[in-house]
Design a protein around this ligand. Structure first.
Ligand SMILES: [Zn+2]
Length: 449
């Protein structure tokens, strides 16, 4: 079989797997009772809060978009001009040294070029009181996440290039499989290795809250090994919680901000949302979809850059690393609406479950109000921005869901176990996050909601 035929077979197989998994496990229609009509923000927020959210979002979007545009231009220049190839050619060592060096040079280069935007965004975040973190600690987190990016990307590319060199015809299939396995392994390793790089955790002391959380987990049929508090308040003012790990290592993690600043009922509302993710194995399914997506990406890459032998070109040639990185960036941007569309549906189901498990729409709304105030959420984000980058439903549509629950029509009997899960590898800072993830951009993908 020629490399081209192998590539087509990989693309076809990965696409079928992705579509089948998505059809089976994504809750495509998570809102019982059909489309929600979102209430006017002024019913829940002051004029000043609404205005503040819009002002913050305007500049936050400008900086984020500028940064994205500049990074794409730089990657395009390196990837599709001659400069990138020439650059890699001058790097020392054999191919398996050149590949990680090329990744490091390109990624660090892009990071440096976009640094002014990161600093501008950071100042903006500080201006609005969204973080207490000092610049030194911020820079350290940035350096850690950069090192992590370079390490993970290098590993993936070394595998890719090795496959292309070793199996000139079959490599798209072998590499597609390897990359898919790396994605799955990554989601297992992430909570164990990466989380502790950014936070430290202490068990939530015995008391009414701990008891309530463990009781709720028990009622929802979710095994929980421990309830931990993350010391996130030194970095961010955002409220957050997530469930990570599988089986007997599963932990509920709550941010210290959440425990300290919210009432117990409100905290329970957030925890119930997270327990829904755990119950439906959203992380696992998100990883499976991510793995299929990654294999699809390898197949497409093999079609765009056919892998020929040795140094004559193709994916086997380290000089093409900048081009691969550019293509990956473009693919990521194009995949974003699909990924986030799935993510929003999964998040909506978690909200529906939380409302059902707690029977407390009032606390749910209070949480949404707090989250929006804390993260200075834009309560009426542009539709395109939400569709493309919104990993969660907007604040107002989440409140609309609670209104429907209040009216008693959210939960038709037996209507909710039809679909299992899907979770997503979201990595865009999400100012409306209820969030499993930080809304700052230091951690990259969190596979651990
Ligand atoms: Zn969630």
């Amino acid at each position: 079989m020629s490399a081209r035929r192998t590539s087509l077979a990989v693309v076809f197989t990965a696409l079928v797997v992705f579509v089948v998994l998505a059809l089976l496990w994504v809750p495509w229609d998570p809102v019982p009772g059909g489309t929600l009509s979102t209430p006017d923000p002024s019913r829940y927020f002051t004029e000043e809060e609404i205005q503040r959210g819009e002002d913050f979002a305007r500049w936050a979007r400008l900086w984020s978009w500028s940064s994205l545009a500049v990074s794409l231009v730089v990657l395009g220049f390196l990837g599709f001009g001659r400069a990138g190839r020439g650059l890699v050619a001058r790097l020392p060592g054999r191919w398996w040294i050149q590949v990680p060096l090329a990744v490091a040079v390109v990624e660090v280069g892009v990071r440096l070029v976009t640094l002014p935007f990161a600093v501008a965004l950071r100042r903006h975040v500080l201006d609005y009181g969204l973080s207490h973190q000092a610049w030194g600690a911020f820079a350290l987190d940035l350096a850690k996440s950069e090192a992590l990016d370079v390490g993970v990307t290098s590993l993936a590319l070394v595998v890719l290039v090795a496959c292309a060199r070793r199996w000139p015809r079959a490599w798209p299939a072998v590499a597609g499989g390897c990359v898919a396995v790396l994605v799955l392994l990554g989601s297992l390793v992430y909570p164990v290795v990466v989380e502790p790089m950014f936070n430290s955790f202490t068990p939530l002391p015995d008391g009414p809250l701990r008891t309530r959380i463990l009781d709720l987990a028990d009622r929802e049929g979710v095994d929980v090994d421990d309830v931990l508090v993350a010391d996130a308040s030194r970095r961010t003012t955002t409220l957050n919680a997530y469930v990570s790990g599988y089986g007997s290592t599963r932990r509920v993690v709550v941010y210290d901000n959440l425990v300290e600043d919210l009432g117990e009922d409100e905290t329970m509302s957030v925890v119930a949302h997270e327990l829904s993710h755990a119950k439906h194995q959203d992380v696992l399914v998100g990883s499976a979809l991510g793995a299929a997506g990654a294999a699809l990406g390898v197949g497409l890459l093999a079609l765009v850059i056919p892998g020929r032998r040795r140094d004559s070109g193709g994916v086997a040639d380290p000089r093409n690393v900048p081009r691969i990185l550019a293509l990956v960036a473009v693919a990521g941007l194009l995949a974003s609406p699909v990924q986030n569309g799935i993510s929003r549906r999964v998040e909506t189901r978690a909200d529906v479950d939380a409302l059902e498990a707690t029977g407390d729409p009032e606390a749910f709304v209070a949480v949404q109000q707090q989250l929006a105030r804390r993260s200075v959420a834009d309560l009426t984000p542009p539709a395109w921005s939400q569709a493309w980058f919104g990993s969660h439903p907007t604040t107002m549509s989440r409140i609309a869901l609670a209104e429907r629950a209040e009216a008693g029509s959210v939960l038709p009997a037996g209507g909710r176990t039809r679909h299992a899960l899907a979770g997503v590898l979201e990595d865009v800072p999400d100012v409306v996050a209820e969030g499993e993830h930080d809304d700052d951009d230091q951690r990259g993908d969190a596979g651990d909601e």
